[in-house]
Structures are given as structure tokens and as C-alpha cells.
Design a protein around this ligand. Sequence first.
Ligand code: ADP
Ligand code: ADP
Length: 222
Amino acid sequence: MIQFQQVSKAYRGGRQALQKVDFHLKPADMAFLTGHSGAGKSTLLKLICALERPSDGKIWFNGHDITRLSNKKIPFLRRNIGIIFQDHKLLMDRSVFDNIALPLRVEQMNEHDIKRRVSAALDKVGLLDKAKCLPIQLSGGEQQRVGIARAVVNKPMLVLADEPTGNLDAELSQQVLRLFEEFNRVGVTVLMATHDTSLLASRDYRRLDLHKGNLRELAHGA
Ligand code: ADP
Ligand code: ADP
């Protein structure tokens, strides 16, 4: 599904964020992306959804070379990808329902189908009764689950999560991880950046580890 071939990224100003990164994720894989702060995790995730372009190398997504994707085709790529951020980036003046509906409205889905899909997403994350709330009325863990519902509402084949449990306590972090596992069980590919050691210790998934922009795969259980 995703393949990086010798991918390097230098930001303007010369800072080298990734160096000749190679890896491969198959459909329905689940993997952790680890590494200290500044190691290049966010950069790698941004390259997958073409929020950044590589300086060198090739990135394949479903057989398409996305390093050469024209700007007007980027929305077609993003439609396949759900992205979850640490700070969830919810619109604070819109209801939970409207936040989750956003990606569907961008696609101009009709309101009837939007209702159905948003309800299904809310049900999945256990927040059906909060549809009318504003994000500010929810706890941190609930807000993160709204962010997750928004990321999966258009049924992406790939979920990218950037430190999704960074602001959550251990129990809520496990809850978020279990949600990703449920998506993964039905075939969604999941790549989750984290440096949460207790979360990492609790599971035996593949670990792609970045160190100063160099990626290596750690043995299971490392
Ligand atoms: P991580 O997510 O592992 O903390 P990042 O991918 O955010 O790492 O950052 C990798 C390196 O690239 C860091 O040295 C960071 O300062 C640098 N960097 C990230 N984004 C930018 C940017 N937009 N412009 C310049 N340098 C950046
Ligand atoms: P083409 O125009 O090459 O015949 P499509 O009509 O399938 O192919 O898609 C148009 C363009 O959108 C493709 O060339 C490709 O760059 C991009 N694209 C389509 N589907 C995907 C996908 N699943 N992932 C990434 N890019 C895609």
C-alpha cells in the first residue's frame, strides 16, 4: 500500500529531516512509528499525505507515485487517508456532529448520507449522545475520539496518527489504541507515531524507528 524508496527530506534552510528512508506497509498492516522529538516522525506522515514533498526518492501509494502527484490530484489521495493529530484540531465553535461531518461536506455528500455516516462514526467511538455538544463541553479523551471519528468518517483505507495519545493518561491512551485496533481488524492500515513507552510496551506491532532522520525497523518486542 505504501512504499518509501530512498526518501530524503530537507526543509528550506537546509535542515535534513529524513535521510534515505525505505519502508513498506502492506494493506491492513498496523505499525508504530517511534523516535525522539525531532526525529522526523511528523515529516514522514506529512509526506504520505502530500502535506510536504520529498527532496529526493519515491513514495508509492496504491501503485501511484505520489511524489509526482499534481496539486489538483492531492485531494484524491487524501480521500484515502484519515489523519489524527495530538491536539485534534477541532473547530471549537462547531458541534461535534459538524466537526465530524466536515470531510463529507467537502466531498459534497448529501445531508441524508452525512447523517448516517456521522452517526456510524460517533457510534464507533462511543459518543452518540454527544453529537450536539460543542468540543469545549467534552473531556480531553472525548475530544480526541471526536478527532478520530472525523478521520475515519469517510472510511479511509489508511489511518495516520501523530502522537494521538500525547495529552491523554494511560487508560485513555489504551482506549484510543483499542479504537485503532478495531479499525485495523476490519482492514484499515494504521501507522501511529508515538513515543509513549507504556503504550509501546503493551503491544507487539511492527516498529519503524527514526533516529535523526534515519529509519530502521526494530525487532518485535524491542
Ligand atoms: P518529530 O515529529 O519526530 O518530532 P519532525 O518531523 O517534526 O520530527 O521534525 C524533524 C526535523 O525537521 C526537526 O529537526 C524539525 O525541527 C525540522 N522541521 C520540521 N518541520 C519543519 C519545517 N516546516 N521547516 C523547517 N524545519 C522543520
Ligand atoms: P489515471 O488518471 O492515471 O488514469 P485515475 O483516474 O485512477 O488514474 O486517478 C487519477 C490520478 O489520481 C492518478 O493518476 C493518481 O495520480 C491519483 N490517484 C488515483 N487514485 C489514487 C489513490 N488511491 N491513491 C493515490 N493517488 C491516486
